[in-house]
Design a binder for this molecule. Structure first.
Ligand code: CO8
Length: 375
C-alpha cells in the first residue's frame, strides 16, 4: 500500500454575482406578475397566491448573502427565471467540462504536475450535463491526460466520495495520481421560482489532485496526507430530483416541479446534522483521534446553522470561523464543491502536523469524510 496525499486544489469562480437583494427583487416581480395573471383563479380559490421572498429571511435561515452564477440575466428575468445558455455543437467543449478544466489547471499547477503525471480523472458532481460520453472523458481529453476517466454522482457528497476513489486507486497502486473535479452548474437545476429554495445554490467548479506521497513535486505548495476516508449512505426522499432519461418514455412533463431540485429543508436540517456529527466522530475514533485534536473542519456548505450545530456537537463549544470556516455567505450552497472550496481557501495557515477533516453531507442521504494531516 502506498501513502496518498492531496497535493493541489483549484477553484473556478464564475464572473457573475447575484446578491440577495437582486434575487429577491426579481423573484418578487415574478410573484406580482403571477398573482396578477392568475387573479381570477386565486380569487375563486382554485390556486393559491404566491408569497414574496425576503432578504432578511434568506440571511437568517441560511447565512447566504450572494451566489456566483455562470449566467444571470435569464435567472433575474421575471418572465424566465432560469439561466440562458447556448447549446454547443458536439465538437465544442461543453460548458460543464470547461469550468472543470479551469479548476483542474489550477489544481495541477498547485501540485506542480502536468497531464503526463496523472493516470485518472473522476468527474464527481451533483449533475452531469449529458448521459454520455462521460464528462470526465471529455475533461481528460481537453487536459491531454492518459489513462482512465469516469463520472460519479452522489449529489452534495460527490467530492469526498470521489476523493476516496482517488485515494484508493493511489493507495493500491492502480494510479500514480488521480484528478478529481467537481463542476457544479446548480443554476440549471434549481427552481428559481420556488421561494423555499430559490436562494440556496450557486455555480462553481473545484478540483483536487490526489497522488502517491513519494511522487510529490518539490514545487507543490502544500501536501496533505490522507490518513483515512469514510463514506456512508442512507436512503431518504427528503432531497430529490426526478429528472432523468425515463421522463419522455413516461410521458411526464420535463418542466414539472419534481424534475428540478426539491427538498424538505427542515427535515434535512434535523436529520442530517446528527448523522454528520456522529459520522465524523466515529471516523476519527477509528484513527485514534479526538474531535478536539482536529485543527480545522472544512464542512459541507449548505446552511450556516447546520455547520454551527455540527461544530458544537464535535467540539462541545461554539465552533469559530477558525475551527470551521464558512464560505457559503459568498458562494451559497455549491453542492459537492462546498467543502473543497473551504479547504482550498482556508488551509495555508495551518502548520505541519496539523490535522483536518473535509466532510460533505447531503442528498441520498450521504456523508463522506476525509481526514488529513499537513506534511
Ligand atoms: N422568504 C420569506 N419567507 C420564506 C421563504 C423566503 N424565501 N422561504 C420560506 N419562507 C417561510 C416559510 O413559508 C415558512 O413560513 P411559515 O412559518 O409561515 O410556514 C417560514 O419561512 C420558515 O420556513 P422553513 O421552515 O422552510 O425555513 P427553515 O428555517 O427550515 O430554512 C432552509 C429553510 C434554509 C432551506 C433550511 O431548512 C436548510 O438549509 N435546510 C438544510 C438544507 C440542506 O442542507 N439541504 C441539502 C441540499 S443540497 C444537496 O444535497 C445537493 C443536491 C444537489 C444539488 C442540486 C442543484 C440545484
Amino acid at each position: 500500500m502506498y501513502r496518498a496525499i492531496i497535493s493541489g486544489t483549484g477553484l473556478f469562480t464564475p464572473e457573475h454575482i447575484i446578491t440577495n437583494a437582486e434575487l429577491v427583487e426579481s423573484f418578487n416581480k415574478y410573484v406580482a406578475l403571477y398573482n396578477a395573471r392568475n387573479a381570477e383563479r386565486i380569487a375563486a380559490g382554485e390556486i393559491t397566491a404566491l408569497q414574496e421572498s425576503s432578504v432578511e429571511f434568506i440571511e437568517k435561515a441560511s447565512g447566504i448573502k450572494q451566489r456566483y452564477v455562470l449566467e444571470k440575466t435569464g435567472v433575474l428575468d421575471p418572465e424566465r427565471m432560469y439561466p440562458r445558455f447556448t447549446e454547443r455543437p458536439d465538437d465544442e467543449l461543453s460548458l460543464e467540462a470547461e469550468i472543470a478544466v479551469a479548476a483542474a489547471r489550477e489544481a495541477l499547477a498547485a501540485a506542480g504536475k502536468t497531464a503526463a503525471d496523472i493516470d485518472g480523472v473522476i468527474c464527481a458532481a451533483a449533475n452531469m450535463q449529458r448521459a454520455y460520453p462521460a464528462m470526465a472523458i471529455e475533461i481528460q481529453q481537453e487536459l491531454g491526460i492518459n489513462g482512465f476517466a469516469f463520472d460519479m454522482n452522489v449529489a452534495c457528497s460527490s467530492a469526498t466520495f470521489g476523493i476516496q476513489q482517488a485515494a484508493d486507486a493511489v493507495r493500491c497502486g492502480s494510479a500514480r495520481a488521480v484528478l478529481v473535479v467537481n463542476p457544479e452548474i446548480t443554476s440549471a437545476h434549481l427552481e428559481w421560482r420556488d421561494r423555499d429554495c430559490h436562494f440556496i445554490f450557486g455555480d462553481v467548479a473545484t478540483a483536487v489532485v490526489v497522488e502517491r506521497a513519494e511522487l510529490a513535486s518539490p514545487s507543490a505548495a502544500q501536501k496533505w496526507e490522507v490518513l483515512g476516508t469514510k463514506l456512508a449512505t442512507q436512503f431518504s426522499n427528503n432531497i430529490r430530483n426526478n429528472f432523468g432519461f425515463m421522463n419522455s418514455a413516461e410521458d411526464s412533463d420535463p418542466n414539472a416541479r419534481d424534475k428540478k431540485f426539491r427538498q424538505e429543508g427542515r427535515k434535512v436540517f434535523k436529520e442530517v446534522v446528527p448523522i454528520a456529527a456522529a459520522h465524523i466522530e466515529g471516523h476519527l475514533d477509528t484513527l485514534g483521534i479526538k474531535p478536539t485534536d482536529v485543527r480545522r473542519y472544512w464542512l459541507h456548505q449548505a446552511n450556516l446553522g447546520m455547520n454551527q450545530l455540527v461544530g458544537k456537537k464535535l467540539l462541545g463549544r461554539e465552533a469559530t470561523a477558525d475551527d470551521a470556516p464558512i464560505i457559503l455567505d459568498e458562494f451559497a450552497n455549491t453542492a459537492s464543491a462546498g467543502s473543497v472550496i473551504a479547504f482550498h481557501r482556508h488551509n495555508a495557515d495551518l502548520a505541519a502536523g496539523d490535522l483536518g477533516v473535509i466532510c460533505s453531507f447531503g442528498a441520498g442521504y450521504s456523508v463522506g469524510s476525509v481526514v488529513v494531516r499537513k506534511l
